[in-house]
Design a binder for this molecule. Structure first.
Ligand code: PBG
Length: 325
């Protein structure tokens, strides 16, 4: 007697039809680093294939993003000057604010998301104002809210607070509402773990803490229930989208959050995840492209609705080629 194959083996069309996870280009967000200066598009050594752009150079990369079919960008600022209070984060002519204006003017259709945090702007590299040796949560909230407001005033569609201060979603929501922007969205980095995978980002953005670490306000990798607690609180405070970060070592957290909240869940495949695959690929140890596709499929399979990734443009190309999605 012939054994019937357990899996459907009728070729590519069938395989595609019964696929359980679909990846859409519209679910991808591409991160962009903005630095001071003019005419600059410098390579980031720690993130092969990624660059820091001066505001005037942004149209080129945004055009590439939109041309690939990806509709959203996430902006990070890399200022020249930093101070104790991180004032570069919320001044009207800050590097992100200027970048947003340049993009908004040229591309009314692109969805602009901005990272809201102080760590790239503080001289000590922490995500909030420092009192003594630790971050002063409550003194930081108005500064984050001001940063968010200045981003939407410049034309951002959505702000993404990544600082992990308690109560910041509520503070930002109230400030945006009072400022006349009730329609602007908040994507909260709800479950942001204290992670070694942020290493290359800190080089890219020059934001490594000068003393101590971020364990006081970022989460412990041993905890999952705590992530649910954070995500639920953020939804209560007004988050439109909640995020889990990093992605690859936290797929169970993505699943759990997906099952417990009624808003979209984003996952951030962070700098270290990208750099790790890149260097293993360059060393000839793994096939870079298929590893990236496998990781992206895994994140969506775990339940993410949105993926923030340095691979967004490449992924869009692979979707076009039918190699993923
Ligand atoms: C800013 C911020 C960080 C990342 C996103 N927003 C760095 C950090 O918390 O140290 C990391 C992104 C990445 O590694 O790709 N707080």
């Amino acid at each position: 007697m012939l054994t019937r194959p357990r899996r459907l083996r009728n070729g590519a069309v069938m395989r595609d039809m019964v696929r359980e996870t679909r990846i859409s280009k519209k679910s991808l967000i591409y991160p962009i680093f903005i630095r001071e200066g003019a005419g600059v598009a410098e390579e980031i050594e720690a993130l092969p294939g990624q660059r820091r752009y001066s505001p005037d150079m942004l149209p080129g990369i945004v055009e590439t993003v939109l041309g690939s079919g990806v509709g959203s960008v996430l902006l990070f600022g890399v200022p020249d000057v930093k101070d104790e209070a991180g004032s570069g984060a919320y001044v009207d002519d800050g590097v992100v604010q200027r970048g947003v204006r340049v993009i908004r003017e040229r591309f009314p259709e692109v969805q602009i998301v901005t990272d809201v945090c102080l760590c790239e702007y503080t001289s000590h590299g922490h995500c909030g104002v420092i009192r003594g040796e630790s971050v002063d949560n409550d003194a930081t909230l108005p500064l984050l809210a001001r940063t968010a407001l200045s981003h939407v005033e410049a034309g951002a569609d959505m702000v993404a607070p990544s600082d992990m201060m308690d109560g910041r979603v509520k503070a930002i929501r109230e400030t945006l509402d009072d400022g006349g922007f009730p329609e602007k969205a908040i994507m909260s980095y709800s479950a942001k773990y204290a992670s070694s995978f942020y290493g290359p980002f800190r080089e890219a953005a020059g934001s490594a803490p000068a003393f101590g670490d971020r364990r006081g306000y970022q989460m412990d990798c041993h905890n999952r229930r705590e992530a649910l607690k954070e995500a639920l609180l953020d939804v209560e405070e007004g988050a439109d989208i909640v995020m889990v970060k990093p992605a690859m070592a936290y797929l169970d957290v993505i699943s759990a959050v997906r099952e417990n909240v009624n808003v979209p869940v984003a996952a951030y495949s962070v700098s270290g995840e990208y750099a790790m695959v890149k260097s293993a690929g360059r060393a000839g140890l793994i096939d870079e492209g298929s590893a990236f596709r496998e990781i992206a499929a895994g994140v969506f399979r775990a339940g993410a609705d949105i993926l923030i990734t340095y691979n967004a443009i490449e992924l869009a190309g692979w979707i076009d080629e039918g190699r993923i999605g």
